[in-house]
Design a protein around this ligand. Structure first.
Ligand code: NDP
Ligand code: MG
Length: 420
């Protein structure tokens, strides 16, 4: 990646793609600007019924003069999706679960088209009238939509970190080849993205990702032996879907974020560190070679990084609360407890090794978290399963997408068989 140009599309042959207005990859958007101001960006939200999806629709509702939801997807929450469609009036909605689509009350569609399954996602994210795709599906199921959008050269606001964990090098390469663009939604990566604008790639000494420490910060391994699902789902600062909330409790979320940063920013694993910051106000730091440290701060609210990805490179007033400097007294920082939370080290190891490791770790973790949530695995076994499956796997340094899909299926099977 050329110095100082992050996540910017590069055309085939390694030459930077021509600038096409604020959204480099979106000719349609640039061409649609008028004297009255920029045309509204047409947004598809994959995973609209989840925590990120709902926040995203709130941002779009607040910025109705700039943004318009034209497509929404959910897996099986048909009623919730129809209710969102009633409010946002999109052109399409997609239910990826065919059974849910069959049950859907078509009389309530009110002019919007109901699409089904992977074909529906494909149609929405590749349509020429779409400017931005927000990928907020949870887990490896998000890969298909992200891939299809990038193949069509779209700008992707990426919340679905699992896609980058699983197939980071292939995804980044696809974005470059097709002139697409990835903009981070994850709060830490949005902070890093914003701080990186202050220097060149060659001037970055290290990136420090902050983490709240989750609900079990300060606990010992012995105290975590019998934690319940309810306890793991009680996150101190963020309200999120169940999978990422459990990931935050094991610190696997931070491990996945190390890998996400590795590929998104092209940073070597050694330059990515983690610090615990329980207040979740400082969303990450970038330290440059001269010793200057830049950070991005705001109250913990995902609507801000979502908004930044949707309005980038502009900043506008939106729905989020501002920091009240009179209320702030102290911010704490702690080193992560790597012994109690061994998942964290898996993140560094996988970011360093690359190849098939990301797909294996991601799939083993998804399967293990699923088992923890349904009561068939203990909390501490989540990281153990991931370590065991990673150690057993047949490593390959440059896997294709179909090899990664096969490795993903294998790792899930192994994790499902695991008994300590
Ligand atoms: P949720 O569990 O709240 O929502 C998941 C969404 O994905 C729902 O719309 C769900 O539809 C849909 N979905 C679930 N399974 C499938 C499937 N097999 N195929 C298609 N769609 C599916 O998750 P979050 O919003 O918390 O997280 C979404 C992504 O964003 C994750 O990758 C997470 O890591 C990332 N992220 C989340 C943050 C947060 O604050 N929540 C912060 C940073 C990143 P349905 O309702 O029908 O089940
Ligand atoms: Mg995060």
């Amino acid at each position: 990646m050329p110095p100082g140009r992050w996540l910017v599309p590069v055309a085939a042959g390694g030459k930077p793609a021509p600038a096409l207005g604020p959204f480099g990859g979106s000719v349609a958007f640039a061409a649609a600007s008028t004297e009255a101001g920029p045309a509204r960006r047409r947004v598809v939200v994959l995973g609209a019924t989840g925590s990120i999806g709902v926040s995203c629709l709130d941002v779009i509702a607040h910025l109705g003069d700039r943004l318009q939801a034209v497509g929404l997807s959910a897996h099986s929450s048909g009623d919730a999706l129809l209710e969102q469609a009633r409010r946002c009036q999109p052109r399409w909605i997609t239910l990826t679960d065919p059974e849910a689509a069959r049950r859907c009350d078509r009389a309530a569609l009110d002019g919007c088209e109901l699409l089904v399954g992977a074909d529906g996602i494909q149609k929405m994210v590749t349509h020429p009238d779409v400017d931005v795709v927000v990928t907020a599906i949870v887990g490896a199921a998000g890969l298909h939509g992200t891939w299809a959008a990038l193949e069509a050269g779209k700008t992707v606001a990426v919340a679905n970190k699992e896609t980058l964990v699983m197939a980071g090098p292939l995804v980044m390469d696809l974005a470059q080849r097709q002139g697409g663009r990835l903009l981070p939604v994850d709060s830490e990566h949005s902070a890093v993205f914003q701080a990186l604008a202050s220097g060149r790639a060659s001037e970055v000494a290290r990136v420090v990702l902050t983490g709240s420490g989750g609900p079990f910060r300060g606990k010992t391994t012995a105290q975590l032996a019998n934690v319940t699902v309810d306890e793991a789902l009680r996150h101190p600062t963020w309200r999120m879907g169940p999978k990422i909330t459990v990931d935050s409790a094991t610190l696997m979320n931070k491990a996945l974020e190390i890998i996400e940063a590795r590929w998104l920013f092209g940073l070597p694993a050694e330059k990515i560190e983690v610090i615990i910051h329980p207040e979740s106000v400082i969303h990450s730091f970038v330290e440059f070679t001269d010793g200057s440290v830049l950070a991005q701060l705001s109250p913990p609210d995902m609507r801000l990084p979502i908004q930044y990805a949707l309005t980038w490179p502009e900043r506008v007033s939106g729905p989020t609360r501002r920091l009240d400097w009179r209320e702030l007294s102290c911010w704490r920082f702690e080193q992560p407890d790597r012994e109690t939370f061994p998942a964290l080290d898996l993140g560094h190891e996988v970011a360093r090794r690359g190849g098939t490791c990301g797909a294996v770790l991601n799939a083993a973790n998804e399967a293990a978290v699923g088992r923890f949530l349904n009561g068939s695995l203990r909390f501490l076994d989540i990281a153990r399963v991931c370590r065991a499956v990673l150690d057993q796997h047949n490593y390959s340094a440059r896997p294709t997408l179909s090899e990664l899909t096969a490795v993903d299926a294998w790792a899930r099977q192994e994790a499902d068989r695991w008994t300590h």
